[in-house]
Design a protein around this ligand. Structure first.
Ligand code: HPA
Length: 237
């Protein structure tokens, strides 16, 4: 049952999907965390892999960048492949002085000024919650393993904030809602999940910060990303 953007057969996609932005991260997760995995999508190089984690079938499918891209892939996976749960596993910037580089954040919901919801459904929402049920599963696993996880609201932006000429102005353009992080996809995923009655969560590793301009080493990044990937995988078994 191919769609305009996914060539997989229906039975090739699991009910639980992990969704990194980067197709090569999907490949990395399959190669390093899954057994018996198979490449199930190459359309536009938006790689999808299905394999097993501790015996449970899981698909890792990339979203690309931005709300329009994750909107398309999440819609097709939920609607045509009957996917139940999608956990985005991405990177983000810190939007709060207490959120440090390499912290891992679980999004309680996403704020966005995008036109996406209005075009799709004629509604104008600015904030949409993630799935409480799926969040609880993630939090329970995190507690069991004594890992540190921050929980709070995310800004989903249509621009990469670090490329704004005036970062102060960018920050001041959002309401005072105690946001923890800024990224570019969560709102699209949460909106589509809510519309179709499915579950979506978003885990993020903080890779840049307006409050700390230090560059991360690739080892630091990899360690934090691996922790996040494991949290997501553990929560679906
Ligand atoms: N802003 C938006 N998206 C991001 C960022 C950021 O600072 N870092 C990683 N993804």
């Amino acid at each position: 049952m191919p769609t305009p953007h996914i060539e997989s057969k229906k039975e090739e996609i699991a009910k639980n999907v992990l969704m990194p932005g980067d197709p090569l991260r999907a490949k990395y997760i399959a190669e390093n965390f899954l057994e018996d995995y198979k490449l199930i999508n190459t359309v536009r190089n938006m790689y999808g892999y299905t394999g097993k984690y501790k015996g449970k079938e899981v698909t890792v499918f990339a979203s690309g960048m931005g709300v329009p891209s994750i909107g398309i892939y999440s819609y097709e996976l939920y609607k045509f492949y009957d996917v139940e749960n999608i956990i985005r596993i991405g990177t983000c910037g810190s939007f709060n002085e207490n959120i440090k580089l390499l912290d891992v954040i679980l999004s309680s919901g996403a704020y966005c000024k995008s036109y996406f919801d209005e075009l799709l459904d004629g509604v104008d929402l600015n904030f949409i919650q993630s799935s409480q049920e799926l969040n609880r599963k993630i939090m329970n696993k995190v507690k069991e393993r004594n890992l540190d996880l921050k929980y709070g609201k995310t800004i989903t932006s249509d621009v990469f904030d670090l490329y704004c000429d005036d970062e102060e102005k960018f920050r001041d353009s959002f309401p005072d809602m105690n946001f923890l992080s800024v990224e570019m996809e969560a709102f699209g995923l949460f909106y589509i999940a809510n519309k179709l009655g499915r579950n979506a969560s978003c885990l993020m590793t903080v890779v840049d910060s307006l409050f700390d301009k230090r560059s991360l080493t690739s080892e630091e990044r990899e360690k934090s990303l691996n922790d996040m990937i494991e949290m997501a995988l553990e929560s679906i078994i």
